[in-house]
Ligand binder design. Structure first.
Ligand code: TYD
Length: 209
């Protein structure tokens, strides 16, 4: 039996990580499902080492192409080591970020030609994509302020506001281009309302609960 692969996307501080946890708990509690929670960049030991290079403010002068390759190196390991084995045993996998973050940050944010990312994605992931992608859409300054209050900024969060605005536009454009895979939800909803909306969307779209 094949499982179900769900990604939760959004700009920094949009509330993805909280929702991954709450949605996974709800699916386990209410539906008795085998749910794997994971995240990018990371999700594996190798991925965590790559994450450190990518996010550390001590990393300076990284070219956009190097950044792109490292995100995909971490992703290839994540898919092979965690995501695909879990899907093969029939689990629900919920990831905090996946390939759409690369299109939003490295293409809309950094300006890399999206065709290059599409080619890299096709080469490495061979068409493997989430069954459902939730975008939590939120005013970027609200998200960045939440982050500032919680921790010191990582290398990408330190980018200017306009960079984050482009990333937000990126997620919205991607959602329009693939409306069957995506669902955009308002990140300004109270936390519990958002969790309910995400669980409802999983039920509707994945046709499986
Ligand atoms: P994340 O740990 O999700 O940060 P946060 O919890 O602050 O949202 O992601 C780390 C950063 O990496 C985030 O700024 C987005 C960025 N990122 C990319 O630029 N490209 C990618 O492909 C991925 C997965 C993340």
């Amino acid at each position: 039996m094949a499982g179900v692969f769900i990604s939760i996307e959004g700009t920094d501080g949009s509330g993805k990580s909280t929702q991954v946890k709450l949605v996974a708990e709800a699916l386990r509690r209410e539906n008795g499902l085998d749910v794997v929670e994971t995240f990018e960049p990371g999700g594996t030991e190798i991925g965590m080492k790559i994450r450190e290079i990518l996010l550390s403010p001590k990393t300076v002068n990284m070219s956009p192409i190097t950044e792109l390759m490292l995100f995909y190196a971490a992703r290839a390991q994540h898919v092979a080591e965690v995501i695909q084995p879990a899907l093969r045993r029939g689990a629900y996998v919920i990831t905090d970020r996946f390939c759409d973050s690369t299109f939003a940050y490295q293409s809309y944010g950094r300006g890399i030609n999206p065709e290059l990312i599409r080619q890299l994605d096709a080469l490495l992931l061979k068409g493997f994509k989430p069954d459902l992608t939730i975008v939590i859409d939120l005013d970027v300054s609200i998200g960045l302020n939440r982050k500032k209050a919680a921790s010191t900024a990582d290398r990408l969060e330190m980018e200017e506001l306009l960079f984050h605005e482009r990333v937000r536009e990126g997620f919205l454009d991607l959602s329009k281009a693939e409306s069957r895979r995506f669902k955009v939800l308002d990140g300004a909803f109270p936390v519990e309302t958002l969790t309910k909306r995400i669980v409802e969307t999983i039920k509707e779209r994945c046709n499986c609960l």
